[in-house]
Design a protein. Structure first.
Length: 155
């Protein structure tokens, strides 16, 4: 069964179009595609072994049951890459997200942290800030805009 999903990942500005082929962005695309097809096993397996998410959901089968229970309630309406910084085996991607959860729209920016392992890029953690925390134009959003957020909130 396919989960509700609207558009694909987009890139914020023409200067970012080359990022579409960057390996970290490809990981996000694979995760979005997995969500589109309700392939929650692929999403779970894309997490880095040290991801905070895995402390919350240490049992894969329990997570799969939990995710399946939410799939009708959660819609990704938009995911837009604003910035990518890659340094060796780590990458940081800022994305703008619009989601609908149980009929209620939410918009936020997320700092996605990825780590490369011998088997490829993995999703380590993410920090979210409400869209209202940022100016109208998102052209100048930078990683430092996420400084000061409580790292314990990363998931």
């Amino acid at each position: 069964m396919t989960a509700p999903f609207l558009p694909d990942l987009t890139l914020a500005a023409e200067r970012l179009y080359p990022l579409a082929t960057a390996a970290p962005v490809q990981l996000l695309l694979r995760r979005l595609e997995a969500f589109r097809h309700a392939d929650f096993a692929a999403i779970y397996d894309s997490y880095h072994p040290e991801a905070p998410f895995l402390r919350v959901h240490p049992d894969r089968n329990e997570y799969l049951a939990f995710a399946a229970s939410l799939k009708e309630d959660f819609v990704i309406a938009m995911c837009r890459v604003l910035q990518l910084e890659e340094h060796g085996d780590t990458a940081s991607i800022i994305v703008q997200m619009q989601v609908i959860f149980r009929g209620e729209g939410q918009e936020y920016l997320e700092l996605c942290r990825l780590r490369r392992t011998p088997s490829g890029w993995t999703y380590h953690s993410g920090l979210k800030r409400p869209r209202t925390d940022f100016p109208e134009s998102l052209d100048d959003v930078i990683l430092d805009d996420f400084a000061g957020l409580d790292e314990r909130l990363a998931i």
